[in-house]
Design a protein around this ligand. Sequence first.
Ligand code: GRF
Length: 321
Amino acid sequence: MAEKAKIAVFISGEGTNMAALVYASRMPESPYEVVLVASNDPEAAGLNLAAAEGIATFACLHKGMTREAHDAAMEAAVLEAGADHIALAGYMRILSDGFVERWAGRMLNIHPSLLPLYKGLDTHARAIAAGDSHGGASVHLVTPELDAGEVLAQIAVPIAPGDTPETLAARVKLAEHQLYPRALADYVSRWQDPVALLARVRALALALPETDEKVSHGSPAFRVGGEKSGKFFAYFADQHHGSPYIACLVRTGSMDELLALVEDQPEVYFKPAYYGASGWVGIILNRPGVDWDAVAAWLERSWRGAAPKRLTRLLDIADEF
Ligand code: GRF
């Protein structure tokens, strides 16, 4: 199994979501481990649990500190613990934009509503007052705008007759404790998940003009130029012919170019079985930190090589402007 993602959990209070994340991480096959529990409140109950579980803890009271200075202290603890992701779990501080930007794509939060409904506080009271049939919870990526980052997972919870904000909150929390560990596990595993990787390649390939998708030799493949005379410009290969790689195959200019790529950057490129013989290179996708802009550029180049003149000419004209 690949190395586990290392998570720092930020809390301000009870820390029941933190506990759910910790215990899920103790189940076999968990793709993450919790390496730090940090709080802006030294009295946060969750810190005791984390310590009892043998997890490093850090607390720094925010009072009297600037937001930047407090964030810097928290971040230093995160780096010291070797965490590569941050999970906010009832962390009641707004983080500075600089901090959020440095952790973009690596920081998640759980919010007790069905986003985009009810950002901010008092979510349960607002859902009840609005007469909603359901409340719920959302796990989302953290961006500078409050509770507005991409939603990764949601769970709906019915509002029962006679529910108060407290009774609803308690029920939503049970659901949160199921949702957060699963969403976090899926998120940190996405770089080795063929379904997620194919979805990304597909979105890039089909964004190019006059493309369609067709299964070729059992693999999803992408063509340009229409049903009859279309030519393939990309294949998605999920560990083919004993290869350990999940890859996107695109066409290079020549065998020399292909071999030079593989020799210079063997962590990025490989020569695929069969297709390699005609100059197709494999871009390895199942590794952390794939440069998706580079994948998009390769797809466009490969598309250009396969597209009929009438299409590339239009693009060349557009490029001139
Ligand atoms: C949860 O309801 C969470 O959605 C919200 O804050 C609460 C934290 O509860 N962001 P706990 O500290 O995890 O018990």
